[in-house]
Design a protein around this ligand. Structure first.
Ligand SMILES: Cc1cc2nc3c(=O)[nH]c(=O)nc-3n(C[C@H](O)[C@H](O)[C@H](O)COP(=O)(O)OP(=O)(O)OC[C@H]3O[C@@H](n4cnc5c(N)ncnc54)[C@H](O)[C@@H]3O)c2cc1C
Length: 376
C-alpha cells in the first residue's frame, strides 16, 4: 500500500509496482478485493451490499487513492456490468448472475465502444440478428476492461431488424468470441483492456437484457457510473497528495526539508485546494442523484471537471518529486499516467463538456455545423 511505505530513495525498490510495470492483472488480489464488499455497490438484494451512492463513491475513491487500476477493475465489474443486469435485466437474470458477481466468484465486463465508434458510441454497428432460440452477435468491440478473462460479458449491439440498441449477456468461452489484450498502455496498466471479435456468437433468448431498447436505457447505467468515475480522480489526487506531503518532509536540499521551501508549500496547498473542491463536487453529485434531481449535464460536468482538476494535481505532484517524479518506483508518476485514460473514458473531457453545454444552452454541438445545419 502506498501510504505504509517510505518514499526514501534507498527504499525505492520495495515501492516498485511490479504488476503495473508488467501490465499484468494481480489475480491473487481478487479474494482480498471481494472482502471489501464493494461489488454491486448500491444494488439491494441478490447478495449485493446495498450501499448508499455516496458510500460507494467514497469507497471507490479510497481504492483509487492506493491503486487506480484496482478501482477501474471494480468499476467496470460493478458499476457497469452488474448495474446493467440490475437496472435492465429480468428477475431470473439478476438471481442467476448477481450473487456470484457480488462475491467476485465471477468477473464482469461491459462492451459499448467499437473500433470506429468511441465518442459516437450510440452509432455502434455490432449486429444482433434473431435466430431460432436466440440471437447471433457479429461485430467488434474495443478497449473493453476485464474482457480478456471476464466470465460475464455485457455486449451492446444493434438489432438488425428494428435498428434499436439491445443488450446481451455473453458467457466466457462462447464459440465465436475472441478477446485480445491491448498492449503498451501508459496508464491503468494492470487493467486488461481487450479488443473483442464476435463472429456469430449465439446468445440464448434468456440472456437478452430486455430492459435495453435504446441508448436512453444505456444512459441510465452511464448516469450512475459517471458519478463513480468522477470520484476516481479525487482518489488519485488524494494519493498523490499523501505521497508528496511525506516526501517533502523526508527529503532535504540546501540543508532543509523540501517542505520548508515556500514555493513547495504553495504547490502542496494548491493541490489540497483542488482536492477539497473536487470532494465537494463529488459529494454534491451523489446528493443530487440520491434525491432524484441529477441531470445528465450534472454528471458530465462533475466527471469532466474532477478529471481536469486532477490533471493539475498530479502534474504538481510530479513536479514536487523532482527527478523521482518520473520514476514509477515513487508512485506519483504511476498516478500521473493512470489519470490519463480516466480523462478520456466514460466520455472524454470534451464530450462531457458538450453534454453539459447542450443542457445549459439547448443547442447540441456534437456534430460539425455542416452536418447539423438542416436541424438547427
Ligand atoms: C483505458 C480505457 C478503458 C476503457 N474501458 C472501456 C470499457 O470497459 N467499455 C467500453 O465500452 N469502453 C471503454 N473505453 C472506451 C472509452 O469510453 C473511449 O475511449 C472514449 O469514449 C473515447 O473514444 P475514442 O477513444 O474512440 O476517442 P474518439 O471518439 O476518437 O475521440 C478522439 C478525440 O476527439 C474528441 N472528439 C470526438 N468527438 C468530438 C466532438 N463531437 N466534439 C469535440 N471533440 C470530439 C474527443 O474528445 C477526443 O479528444 C475505455 C477506454 C480506455 C482508454
Amino acid at each position: 500500500m502506498w501510504r505504509s511505505r517510505s518514499l526514501r530513495p534507498r527504499r525505492r525498490r520495495s515501492s516498485r509496482p511490479p504488476y503495473w510495470e508488467k501490465a499484468e492483472f494481480p489475480f491473487h488480489a481478487i479474494p482480498n478485493l471481494a472482502t471489501l464488499g464493494l461489488a454491486g455497490g448500491t444494488i439491494k438484494g441478490y447478495g449485493c451490499p446495498g450501499l448508499s451512492l455516496t458510500a460507494s463513491a467514497i469507497c471507490i475513491a479510497e481504492v483509487a487513492r492506493v491503486d487506480a487500476s484496482c478501482s477501474t477493475f471494480i468499476l467496470v465489474h460493478s458499476s457497469l456490468a452488474m448495474s446493467t443486469i440490475a437496472l435492465c435485466g429480468s428477475e431470473a437474470q439478476k438471481h442467476k448472475y448477481l450473487p456470484s458477481l457480488a462475491q467476485f466468484k465471477t468477473v464482469g465486463c461491459w462492451a459499448l465502444t467499437e473500433p470506429d465508434y468511441g465518442s459516437d458510441a450510440s452509432s455502434l454497428r455490432t449486429a444482433a440478428t434473431k435466430v431460432p432460440g436466440g440471437w447471433h452477435l457479429d461485430g467488434q468491440k474495443r478497449w473493453i476492461g476485464n474482457s480478456t478473462f471476464a466470465d460475464v460479458l455485457i455486449i451492446l449491439a444493434r438489432n438488425a431488424d428494428t435498428n434499436q440498441l439491445n443488450g446481451f449477456i455473453v458467457k466466457k468461452g462462447a464459440p465465436g468470441l475472441k478477446a485480445t489484450k491491448i498492449e503498451n498502455k501508459i496508464g491503468l496498466r494492470m487493467v486488461q483492456n481487450g479488443d473483442i471479435i464476435l463472429n456469430k456468437v449465439f446468445v440464448p433468448e434468456e440472456d437478452r437484457l430486455t430492459g435495453i431498447n435504446s441508448f436512453q436505457d444505456i444512459n441510465k447505467v452511464l448516469a450512475m457510473s459517471r458519478i463513480m468515475v468522477a470520484w476516481q480522480p479525487i482518489g488519485i489526487s488524494m494519493g498523490v497528495f499523501d505521497m508528496c506531503h511525506r516526501y517533502l518532509k523526508e527529503r532535504k536540499q540546501f540543508g532543509a526539508p523540501l517542505a520548508a521551501f515556500q514555493l513547495n508549500q504553495e504547490k502542496l496547498v494548491r493541490m489540497l485546494g483542488n482536492i477539497q473542491a473536487m470532494l465537494l463536487i463529488g459529494w454534491r453529485l451523489c446528493k443530487l442523484y440520491e434525491s432524484g434531481k441529477m441531470t445528465p449535464g450534472h454528471a458530465s460536468l462533475g466527471k469532466a471537471w474532477t478529471s481536469r482538476k486532477a490533471r493539475e494535481v498530479v502534474s504538481l505532484g510530479r513536479e514536487l518529486l523532482g527527478g523521482n517524479g518520473i520514476l514509477a518506483d515513487f508512485l506519483v508518476a504511476k498516478a500521473f499516467c493512470d489519470l490519463e485514460p480516466i480523462f478520456s473514458y466514460e466520455g472524454t473531457y470534451d464530450i462531457n463538456s458538450l453534454v453539459t453545454g447542450r443542457e445549459i444552452t439547448g443547442i447540441a454541438s456534437f456534430k460539425p455545423a455542416v452536418l447539423t445545419k438542416s436541424r438547427l
